[in-house]
Design a protein around this ligand. Structure first.
Ligand code: NAD
Length: 975
């Protein structure tokens, strides 16, 4: 745009802005009216960050609190008078409560009414009928309405079905009224906004086709009804992860319903991708001859997108500065106006600058006023809405309707939006910033993300919402399939040999298929390997920390190259799903990168004390020859961790993989070979645990054993390693990570959407075959019934099948013995307790469906023993003390979890739940290297913390060297 036309448009924007302001006069949105209670609360929220956090958290938990006493307890926990400068109203209330001056009944009522008033501000009513008055008055003002039915998270098919039914009821209601009113009213019938994630509980772009097919199936009755009644629909845009899927689904809907009265989709200006997406939609609309509505919003999930994408190590998809979003909004506005043949633009903003810009641009491009509209949220920016209506502009009000609990997420989003430092409404109506400042053109450019400083960061998981990643995985699955049945040698004493004894590694989802045939070693090979390792040790320990770490970094680079093929192999060999297999590869890469850096840190010269004439050096030297014995359930990550830690510390190791994942084990050996590791530093010796494994453990020339596996085997290894053989010169060190019987506590303040999903994932992903998996759930009080029902329905809704199918949530268990063992426990549960769910699976392959039991004693075998399958025992308890007693009441102490929004309960569980890894308000599996160092105590292990600062110390002997540097009184440091 030329300088001249820019000036002209800027002038026009200001003109429109003044006109809008003129119409608003001194009007203030009700949310900022300081005379009202709600205005005073908002004022406090905006001035006091800590109060804001506490208030939002309290608002979030309140609807879940069933009893008045509980409301009062939690209220006190959030707003303790001593450490908070709370508003007088709350402070006095709490003081009186503490003195016993008010009954719980009264206090709880006051709290509930307060939060309900807040909710009422943004939510028009509990159902269409009760929202009728609000809608009527909006329409009287001349505004149209688009209804959003609150209810955002569905965990089961039943919940998705209920949500669909509610939409159909809404459509029936609207259809009836639309029919009656059509002749008289000037505005069009209310539209509806849909969130696609609520129509299919298993929605996930990893299963692209299945997600589209099943969501469409859920949507069809709604679309049919909306079509009949002539009700417009708009697809809301949710998290970035679902964006491409939402756009694709929208196109599919319009293909199937070409004559739909009016269909629209929301696009978010805070996303860097949106220009591309919009261009794609315009091109598609042109090609198909469809005219669609595009609701351009700024985007309401910014904090979520930043946090979640940062946590995953994915690029943050949003602009970092609000100004950039505003600028993008203006650029997209122009693009929309340039394409009004295909697009009916709806500008969803309360920002007077953005609105004025849109009107000015429409004028410049000669777009008539009835060819676009503005959208505003119910309960916000009323003066702006009324001013626009007075100016004869079209306005639609996005109106939330629904119950309190699902409404909370919506309410918090709105409160955050309004109170944010960057909120336009806050700046204009609360801070009264000058008109000129508010009308400034948003700045170009913006903050560039800081570059990583070269320190450790986790390898990001594959983002399967990206089509090319799904394609890579599909190709890898095809490639690996063509290689099944290959033979692999043992690699000892500088030779790769086929011993004549073989381990056949099968595919658990198709037991007839052999994934690979791996040679198996015996005592002879074990002795040769130990001798070779001893020989190599002398050279290897002299390589130095940096040289050794380099091998790990090269191995990490090699794994990155092969990541999809390695994941595909795990899918076939160990029955992991796409995401889970990918997670195992990224964890393996993390160990390599992390331990490499850890060795550089520990290898630096460290001097202790600061005294003249004395130099004290503290250093580490490798232990010698080690044996790594690994399980099958993290077939790459766990052995990579144990091998890389041993090797980088300067030791030579013999790696014995599990007999159930030996092909993946061989791949690890190959990766290290490619990294150029000298001969003898790592040898590969598969074989029967009881034979080769024990022989190596007992060998007098072995200095340490790194083991991960069952408690039974771990304890046996510890015992064997404690015996001193002839000629042995070292007391053997054993690092043993063993099993768990992990519990999750759900208290009566928990967010059940999160608790159900967290428990479902922790217990059933990888069929419960993770040492960290949840196998006991302890629910406090009345929450039990609702939680258990939702968990059961969620477990009924997940897809069980071959893991190469991306729709699969649960695959097969590892082998026939495992299947038998799990089924025995299920029988036991059936005999001694009451099944909540026993899901049968009819597929060919080693499948066991989820089994949930209640009514079992905490001391019963299913509640005490590690089952290593999808079996969960549920307990109902009176209070948190009883919950902790049961949770701590096993010999294991590996992982544990708590779902709670009570600060008091969280503090108690942090201090009293005795496990190695405690997780609060999240799943209890999926620890990340460097972030949640992993490992337990009790009967869960004697090693500390894979992926943490202490881990490499297991593999080295610490040494202290003190030298007197003074010669006949001459002390260099003092010279
Ligand atoms: P497992 O104990 O049966 O086997 C582990 C390894 O030990 C295998 O390589 C096996 O061949 C070998 N082995 C078996 N008998 C042996 C013997 N007598 N001497 C020497 N080696 C022997 O365990 P698994 O079935 O492979 O793995 C599942 C178990 O591992 C579960 O109990 C799980 O909780 C545990 N696990 C623990 C962690 C952790 O970090 N704490 C991680 C993963 C798995």
């Amino acid at each position: 745009m030329s300088t001249e036309s820019r000036q002209t448009i800027e002038e026009r924007i200001r003109q429109v802005g003044s006109e809008l302001q003129g119409h608003m006069k001194e009007e203030v949105p009700s949310l900022f009216e300081k005379k009202k209670w709600i205005g005073r609360i908002m004022e406090r929220v905006m001035k006091d960050e800590e109060f804001k956090v506490r208030l939002f958290r309290f608002v979030d938990v309140l609807p879940a609190l069933k009893s008045d006493d509980l409301v009062v307890r939690v209220l006190k926990e959030y707003f303790s008078v001593s450490d908070l400068d709370a508003p007088l109203l709350i402070k006095r209330g709490i003081e009186r409560l503490s003195r016993g001056g008010v009954s719980s009944f009264v206090a709880a009522r006051v709290a509930r009414t307060g939060v309900e008033t807040l909710a009422r501000q943004f939510i028009a009513g509990r159902d269409p009928e009760s929202s009728g008055k609000a809608m009527k008055s909006l329409r009287k003002e001349g505004a149209d309405v688009s209804i959003d039915l609150l209810g955002e998270i569905v965990v089961s098919d039943r919940e998705a079905g209920d949500y669909r039914e509610r939409y159909i009821e809404l459509l029936n209601y609207l259809g009836e009224r639309a029919g009656r009113a059509r002749s008289g009213e000037k505005s069009q019938p209310p539209g509806i906004s849909l969130k696609i994630s609520s129509f299919y509980s298993q929605l996930d772009p990893v299963d692209w086709d299945g997600s589209i097919t099943n969501t469409l199936r859920g949507l069809r009755p709604v679309l049919d009804r909306a079509g009949e009644a002539g009700i417009p629909i708009t697809f809301d845009m949710e998290h970035y992860y679902y964006k491409d899927l939402t756009i694709e689904l929208f196109k599919k809907v319009l293909q199937e319903y070409p004559d739909f009265p009016s269909a629209g989709i929301a696009l978010q200006a805070y996303l860097r991708d949106t220009r591309n997406d919009l261009e794609g939609l315009i091109e598609w609309a042109e090609r198909t001859g469809t005219r669609i509505l595009v609701r351009l919003v700024k985007g309401a999930y910014r904090d979520y997108e930043v946090a979640v994408n940062r946590q995953k190590g994915w690029p943050v998809p949003t602009f970092m500065e609000k100004g950039e979003t505003d600028r993008n909004f203006e650029e997209l506005t122009r693009l929309l106006f340039e394409n009004t043949r295909y697009i009916y633009p709806a500008f969803a903003t309360h920002n007077i600058r953005s609105i004025s810009h849109a009107i000015a641009t429409a004028d410049m491009l000669n777009v008539p006023g009835d060819e676009f509209e503005f959208q505003m949220l119910y309960g916000m920016a009323e003066p702006v809405r009324r001013a626009l209506l007075k100016m004869g502009r079209r306005v639609t009000v996005y109106t939330a309707v629904g119950e309190f609990i699902p409404g909370m997420a919506y309410l918090i989003r709105r409160l955050l939006e309004n109170s944010s430092d960057e909120s336009f409404l806050r700046k204009s109506f609360f801070e009264n910033r000058p008109f000129d400042e508010l009308m400034q053109s948003p700045p170009a450019g913006g903050k560039v993300m800081e570059k990583a400083d070269g320190g450790f960061t986790n390898e990001p998981p594959a983002d399967f919402s990206i089509a090319s990643n799904r394609e890579k995985m599909r190709l890898a699955l095809q490639t690996v399939k063509t290689q099944t049945g290959s033979r692999f040698p043992v690699a000892v004493a500088g030779r790769e040999l086929f011993t004549g004894k073989e381990i056949k590694s099968g595919n658990p989802s198709d037991p007839d298929e052999i994934i690979g045939i791996v040679s198996s070693g015996g005592r002879e090979e074990a002795d040769a390997a130990v001798a070779e390792a001893r020989k190599a040790f002398h050279g290897w320990k002299k390589v130095g920390p940096a040289g050794r770490a380099d091998h790990l970094f090269r191995a990490a680079a090699e794994m990155r190259k092969q990541r999809f093929e390695l994941a595909a192999l795990e899918i076939y060999e160990t029955g992991k799903t796409w995401k889970d297999a990918d997670g195992d590869i990224t964890e393996a890469i993390d160990y390599l990168e992390y331990y490499g850096r850890e060795m550089l840190r520990l290898g630096r010269k460290s001097l202790l004390g600061d005294y003249p004439g004395e130099e004290n050096e503290y250093s580490y030297s490798p232990r010698g020859v080690g044996v790594v014995i690994s399980p099958w359930n993290f077939p790459l990550a766990i052995p990579t961790g144990m091998v890389s830690a041993s090797v980088v510390a300067g030791n030579c190791v013999i790696f014995k993989p599990s007999g159930l994942s030996p092909v993946t084990g061989w791949k690890l050996f190959e990766v290290f070979k490619k990294s150029g590791l000298p001969e003898g530093v790592l040898q590969f010796l598969p074989g029967p645990g009881g034979e080769v494994g024990e022989h190596l453990v007992a060998h007098p020339d072995v200095d340490f054993i790194a083991f991960t596996g069952s408690r039974e085997v771990g304890l046996r290894i510890i015992r064997l390693a404690g015996e001193t053989g002839q000629g042995q010169r070292n007391v053997k060190k054993v690092v043993a990570e063993m099993g768990g019987k992990n519990a999750v506590i759900v208290d009566e303040t928990a967010d059940l959407d999160e608790a159900v999903r967290g428990v479902l994932e922790s217990a059933l992903v990888y069929q419960g075959q993770k040492c960290s998996a949840c196998s006991r759930v302890i629910v406090v009080g009345d929450t039990y019934d609702e939680f258990t029902l939702r968990l059961k329905e969620a477990a009924e809704s997940i897809r069980i099948g071959p893991p190469e199918d991306p729709a699969t949530f649960m695959g097969p268990v590892i082998d026939v013995a495992a299947k038998r063992k799990v089924e025995e426990y299920i029988d036991l549960g059936r005999q001694k307790g009451a099944p909540v769910l026993i899901r049968e699976v009819k597929e060919k392959g080693l499948y066991v469906g989820p089994a949930l039991f209640e009514g079992l004693s905490p001391d019963s075998r299913p509640a005490q023993e590690e089952i290593f399958g999808p079996v969960v025992v549920l307990f109902r308890v009176r209070d948190l003390d009883e919950a902790l007693q049961i949770a701590n009441g096993t010999e294991y102490a590996l992982t544990g979890g708590l779902f709670s929004r009570s600060p008091g309960n969280i503090a108690k569980v942090r201090s009293d739940f005795m496990v190695g890894n405690l997780y609060i308000n999240r799943k209890i599996t999926g620890s990340m290297v460097g972030r949640q160092p992993f490992g337990g105590f009790g009967m869960s292990g004697v090693g500390s913390k894979a992926g943490g600062h202490d881990y490499l110390l297991h593999f080295m002997n610490p040494r202290s060297i003190s030298e007197n540097t003074m010669r006949r009184g001459f002390t260099p440091e003092l010279g």
